[in-house]
Design a protein. Structure first.
Length: 176
């Protein structure tokens, strides 16, 4: 349960940075930092060393992401400095999310399997987690026009959770 709350905080950091709600993003960083100090967070883990390393990895990004968000707040809106700071915040958030995935996977019992009803047993099944990257392109190589800037493609990365059958994480749509 604690890991799910931590997941929400880490995902909300990215969401708030993307819409430039930087104070809210900092609040989520503070909440995540507080949750990481809870000793109950890693109690259900299969391998305490792996979980402790994942928590340490997340904790190691608290200061860099806080600094990056604060730097973006100090920069002028739309400036190169703001963009660089936001990119640093995204990079830290991505590292936090990857470490959280390791932590959550360690909380799944070793031989855990979701029972699939017989009428669906002949369909493909995802047993663990999968990362899916989608690349979108318009027909005839038309660009995506976003605020007067053209992009040739858009990418979206999702982590799909086969343990519960739900979307675990979705990365924002990135235009390239």
């Amino acid at each position: 349960m604690q890991a799910r709350k931590l997941q929400k905080e880490i995902e909300d950091i990215e969401q708030n940075v993307s819409v430039k709600r930087k104070s809210a993003a900092l609040d989520h960083v503070k909440n995540a930092k507080r949750m990481l100090g809870d000793s109950n967070l890693i109690k259900p883990c299969r391998d305490a060393k792996v979980c402790a390393a994942a928590v340490a990895d997340i904790q190691s990004e608290i200061e860099p992401i806080s600094a990056a968000i604060k730097d973006s707040m100090d920069a002028f809106n739309g400036s190169d400095q703001e963009r660089a700071a936001i990119d640093k915040a995204y990079a830290s958030q991505k590292k936090m999310a990857k470490a959280l995935t390791v932590l959550e996977e360690q909380m799944i019992p070793a031989n855990y399997e979701v029972k699939v009803p017989d009428e669906y047993s002949d369909l493909p099944q995802l047993k663990k987690r999968a990362t899916v990257e989608m690349v979108f392109k318009k027909p005839n190589d038309e660009p995506f026009d976003i605020n007067g800037r053209n992009y040739k493609e858009a990418k979206m990365t999702m982590i799909i959770d086969g343990y519960t059958g739900k979307l675990s994480q979705a990365r924002s749509l990135f235009l390239c």
